[in-house]
Design a protein around this ligand. Structure first.
Ligand code: SF4
Length: 277
């Protein structure tokens, strides 16, 4: 895991999967791709293979070693529900999240159909855990709004929207069953503009539905300069976080070992493709 994430709405990132492929306009300036491709070909660097999809099973047990309850963005450098990630691997990631339940996990995807499918079936055991927040990215009406419908139909306890980069007015969005909304503009070279009225409209919908609203940033080429205030204040609202007892070191090590044993059993009976060694 990486502590002290630069991402405003989380504390840490955990990447048991690396790399991804672009699927919609929100991916155009993917920060993860830009970062990963910088290291393509650099021997022994975690991103030696650039942004190519790669499972990283040696990262799976990291949350057991981290004993302070932490807000963890899962796969900030990837998408757990992309086609190349086997169901069994998504299940292994989910097993870690349900066992190391003293952390709160934020799982964000653009592959909302697969999220709905798996949370309704193989990942049902994790769907309704309150320490796992399941979210979809929304950048526009065409691609973003159908994702909200998939998420709403998923049997999740905590559902959230990351409306970033916000590329157009998304209209009167239905926030029924949604527990959290993040809004942000695109940042970096070539950043597409975000209008204030689009943001105000979403904040209004959040107030109407009683949904916590987090305003991440205005974005732009120099995002620090434009800041993250909306009408003279910041919005840093979150859903309620549940707390769980943190086991002692010995128990944490035992959890990790037991997980590894079951994971090895799973992979030996049905080998996972693309496992990094
Ligand atoms: S889905 Fe996310 S991680 Fe994957 S390419 Fe798009 S923006 Fe990047």
């Amino acid at each position: 895991m990486s502590l002290n994430s630069q991402i405003e709405w989380t504390d840490a990132t955990w990447n048991p999967v690396r790399g991804c492929t672009k699927i919609s306009p929100g991916c155009k300036h993917c920060y993860a791709e830009t970062f990963a491709e910088r290291f393509r070909g650099v021997k022994n660097h975690p991103y030696e293979q650039g942004f190519d999809l790669r499972l990283v099973p040696e990262k799976l047990t990291e949350p057991f070693a981290w004993r302070s309850p932490t807000l963890v963005f899962v796969n900030s450098m990837s998408d757990l529900f992309q086609e190349g990630v086997p169901d069994e691997y998504a299940e292994a990631v989910s097993r870690v999240m349900t066992t190391a339940n003293w952390h709160t996990y934020q799982v964000l995807t653009k592959r909302s159909e697969r999220l709905l499918d798996l949370l309704s079936s193989k990942l049902r055991f994790a769907a309704e855990r309150e320490n796992i927040w399941w979210g979809v990215s929304v950048e526009d009406r065409k691609y973003g709004l159908p994702r909200i419908e998939h998420l709403r139909h998923a049997p999740a306890a905590v559902r959230f929207l990351s409306i970033e980069p916000l590329l157009e007015d998304v209209g009167e969005i239905n926030l029924e069953g949604i527990s959290w909304v993040i809004v942000g503009g695109e940042s970096g070279p070539g950043a597409r503009p975000m209008k204030k009225e689009w943001v105000i409209s979403i904040r209004r919908r959040c107030r109407l539905y009683g949904v916590p609203f987090f305003f991440k940033q205005w974005g732009g080429v120099r995002k620090v300069k434009r800041g993250r205030e909306l009408n003279g204040r910041t919005y840093d609202e979150y859903p309620r976080r549940v707390s769980a007892l943190v086991p002692d070191r010995t128990q944490c090590a035992a959890f990790a070992q037991s997980f590894l044993n079951s994971f090895r059993g799973m992979t030996s009976s049905r080998p996972l493709v693309q496992v990094a060694v």
